[in-house]
Ligand binder design. Sequence first.
Ligand code: FES
Length: 116
Amino acid sequence: MADFQTVAHVGDIPEGEGRAFHVNGKMVAVFLTNGEYSAINDLCPHMGASLASGYVEEGGVTCPWHAWRFCVKTGTWLDNPNSKTRTENYDVRVAGHEIQVLVPDPLATTAGAGEK
Ligand code: FES
């Protein structure tokens, strides 16, 4: 069962920026905006660019390849919020000086897939 994993320490991610980390089989982009950490899947759902390296403003990150924008907290596609296109978001917590992210086990999210 997945548990929170430490990805960085407080101070490692500058305000208004993101960093990518490998957590439980996924690349996760962790952002610090207005003093709060948030985490979404790092891979842009368009063509897979790293969202952690995108420009962050007003709660959104702009993909560095084709400028699609995603909410750094919910993963919503800000250019078309009613679309089903989005990227996953994950729980983040600060424990002491450690920034920790919870990424569900891959099997937990696909349980039942392929069953007939
Ligand atoms: S890869 Fe992100 S917008 Fe195209």
